[in-house]
Design a protein around this ligand. Structure first.
Ligand code: MD6
Ligand code: FE
Length: 218
């Protein structure tokens, strides 16, 4: 007979990651085994929909460069944050979501207890040393029952997780190449951000960090 302690699902054990809010799961290294295919797909998306620095509704240029793939892409400009089927830089549809992206996102969701996650959007963030993402909530999606799957590639970063209020003191969780965070349930609307990226060199990405966030936007 198996001891109860070892009989818990993997996700339950991984959610014990120090500092991680209930509702968020870190799957350490899940993406590392397929990193070359993921990065090749990322670069082919960026060849069609180049990384760009978007403008916040308040008129600030974002330090993190972004692009998207899938049927909808997250955009921001002076008129607000939203999802758009058209890339405003090219006037064309966003590139389709690569099959390796979809397979990873779905595997991560299933391992975290979300069986029917079908992302229609993948936001790709590129961080260079000195860039950061301020605390924010992800709330432009239609259905907050759907999780978000977030994949880290390249240089390490410190992820900040706060609560439902921006005023809650954030916890800090280091994320490295191949880590996948699945974020949903009671944490779905928690504030979060990324601290200023430290300079460094990564064997697979050079001097940057990429983050893929998969969402069901529509
Ligand atoms: C990043 N991620 O890790 C930024 N949002 O570069 C996010 O803003 C994010 O990782 C929602 C859920 C997971 C995330
Ligand atoms: Fe976010």
């Amino acid at each position: 007979m198996t001891l109860d302690l070892f009989d818990k699902p993997a996700v339950w054990q991984q959610s014990l990651t120090p500092g991680l809010a209930p509702g968020a799961v870190v799957l350490r290294g899940l993406a590392a085994g397929n990193d070359d295919a993921l990065l090749a797909a990322l670069h082919s998306v960026a060849a069609k929909a180049p990384f760009r620095h978007m403008t916040t509704p308040g008129g600030f240029r974002m330090s993190v460069a972004m692009t998207n793939c899938g049927s909808l892409g997250w955009v921001t400009d002076k008129s607000g944050y939203r999802y758009s089927a058209i890339d405003p830089e090219t006037g064309a549809q966003w590139p389709p979501m690569p099959e390796v992206f979809l397979q990873l996102a779905q595997a991560a969701a299933v391992q975290s207890g979300y069986k029917n996650f079908v992302p229609d959007s993948c936001l790709i963030n590129r961080y260079e040393p000195g860039t950061k993402l301020s605390l924010h909530q992800d709330k432009n999606e239609r259905d907050f029952q759907q999780p978000i799957v977030s994949v880290s590639l390249g240089l390490p970063a410190v992820f900040q997780f706060a609560g439902q209020s921006r005023a809650d003191k954030p916890e800090r969780v280091p994320l490295t190449h191949g880590d996948v965070v699945v974020w949903g349930g009671v944490a779905r609307l928690n504030y979060h951000g990324v601290l200023t990226l430290k300079p460094g060199q990564h064997f697979k990405t050079g001097s940057c960090r990429f983050n893929l966030t998969f969402r069901k936007a529509a």
